[in-house]
Design a protein around this ligand. Structure first.
Ligand SMILES: Nc1nc2c(ncn2[C@@H]2O[C@H](COP(=O)(O)OP(=O)(O)OP(=O)(O)O)[C@@H](O)[C@H]2O)c(=O)[nH]1
Ligand SMILES: [Mg+2]
Length: 316
C-alpha cells in the first residue's frame, strides 16, 4: 500500500501510526520528492504538538544508549516516541546505524516507537534542509516526543541540534570529550549535559571540567543554567534524573517564552532556506556563470577582488 500511495493516503496511514507509510514519507524527504509540497500542506494543521529532543556528542559516548533508555522512560510514562538518527558526516547509512538497531531492538516491536535514520547523501545543506521536514512528518504523525541523534562534532551537528527544543550534549569520561566539546563551540548549544558511562573512572573529573567551564559563563536573571547529569545509560542509572531535568527544561521553555521563540526561529529558518532555493531555481544560471572558473582563478591569484567578481557574475 505504502509503495504506490499518493500523498493523501500516505499521510492518512502515517497518522494512524503505520510505520511503512511513515518510512515512505521520510524517503520522500530524503529524495527531495516533488510530492513533498502537498505532503507538507496536508500535515501542517497537525504539527506543533511534539517535543523535539536533540542528542549530540562525539562518536561512541553513548548517544544511542541514552536514547534507548529515554525511549523506555517516555514509554513508561505512556508517551509515543520517534527517533531520528542523523549522520551529517557519512554519505551512507553505515555501521553506526546497525549498532543503533541493536541497542534499540527492545523497542522494535513496540507500535508506540518509531526509529529511523537519515543520511546526508553527501550534501550538508541537503541534510539541514531535509531534517526539519522529517521532524514535521513525525510531529504530524502524533508522536509526543521526537528524539534526534546526531553524530560527530562540528557545524552540521550544531545546525541539526538547533532543530531541537532541548539539546543534550553527551560526554563520556576519559576521552577528553568535555574539552573537545568546548573547543567545537558545542557548549553554547547544550541545555542539559550528560556525563554518560559514569560507571567508568574519570566521571567526576569530567563533571568538574564541565562545571568549571560553565562557571565562566554569566547567566541573566531567569536564564536557564544547563544542569549536568551523571548517568550510566547501559544500566539505566541516572536516567530518572535526566528525565526530570528534561521536564524542567520543558517547563522553563513554556514559562519563559523561549520555547515559542525557538519554534518561530526554526520556522523562519525553514522558510528562508526553501525560499532561497526557489529564487535560485527561478533565476537559473547567473548571467556570468560561464566565467566563474576564470573569475575564481583571478580572485585566487589576487588579480581581482571578490566583490568585483560577484558583480561580473551578475552582469558580465
Ligand atoms: N560502560 C559503559 N558503557 C556504555 C554506557 N553507555 C553506552 N556504553 C557503551 O558504549 C558504546 C557506544 O555506545 P552508543 O550508544 O552506540 O554510542 P553512540 O554515541 O550512539 O555512538 P555513535 O552513534 O557511533 O556515535 C557501546 O558499546 C555501549 O554499550 C555506559 O553507561 N557505561
Ligand atoms: Mg549512535
Amino acid at each position: 500500500v505504502a509503495e504506490l500511495a499518493g500523498p493523501e493516503a500516505l499521510v492518512a496511514a502515517a497518522d494512524g501510526g503505520d510505520p511503512r507509510a511513515l518510512a515512505r514519507l521520510i524517503s520522500l524527504v530524503e529524495n527531495g520528492s516533488p510530492q513533498l509540497r502537498s505532503v507538507m500542506r496536508l500535515i501542517a494543521p497537525r504539527t506543533g504538538q511534539a517535543r523535539f529532543l536533540g542528542l549530540t556528542g562525539a562518536p561512541g559516548v553513548g548517544k544511542s544508549t541514552v536514547t534507548g533508555a529515554l525511549v523506555r522512560a517516555y514509554r513508561d510514562a505512556g508517551l509515543r516516541v520517534a527517533v531520528l538518527a542523523v549522520d551529517p558526516t557519512s554519505p551512507f547509512t553505515g555501521g553506526a546505524l546497525l549498532g543503533d538497531r541493536v541497542r534499540m531492538q527492545e523497542h522494535a516491536t513496540d507500535g508506540g516507537v518509531f526509529i529511523r535514520s537519515m543520511a546526508s547523501r553527501g550534501h550538508l545543506g541537503g541534510l539541514s534542509r531535509a531534517a526539519p521536514q522529517a521532524l514535521r512528518i513525525l510531529d504530524a504523525a502524533g508522536f509526543d516526543v521526537v528524539m534526534i541523534e546526531t553524530v560527530g562534532v562540528g557545524q552540521a551537528e550544531v545546525e541539526i541540534a538547533s532543530l531541537a527544543d532541548t539539546t543534550m550534549v553527551i560526554v563520556a569520561p576519559g576521552m577528553g570529550d568535555s574539552v573537545q566539546a568546548a573547543k567545537a563551540g558545542i557548549l553554547e548549544i547544550a541545555d542539559v549535559f550528560v556525563v554518560n558511562k559514569s560507571d567508568r573512572p574519570g566521571a567526576q573529573e569530567a563533571t568538574r571540567d564541565l562545571r568549571n567551564m560553565l562557571a565562566m559563563s554569566r547567566y541573566d536573571e531567569g536564564a536557564w543554567k544547563p544542569p549536568i547529569v551523571l548517568a550510566s545509560a547501559m544500566s539505566g542509572e541516572g536516567i530518572d534524573d535526566l528525565f526530570i531535568r528534561l521536564n524542567d527544561h520543558a517547563s522553563w521553555l513554556a514559562e519563559s517564552g523561549e520555547g515559542e521563540r525557538r519554534r518561530v526561529a526554526r520556522a523562519r529558518e525553514e522558510i528562508t532556506v526553501l525560499a532561497v532555493a526557489q529564487v535560485r531555481e527561478r533565476l537559473g544560471a547567473l548571467p556570468g556563470e560561464a566565467h566563474l572558473e576564470d573569475l575564481a582563478a583571478q580572485v585566487a591569484s589576487g588579480k581581482l577582488d571578490p566583490y568585483s567578481a560577484a558583480d561580473q557574475l551578475i552582469s558580465p
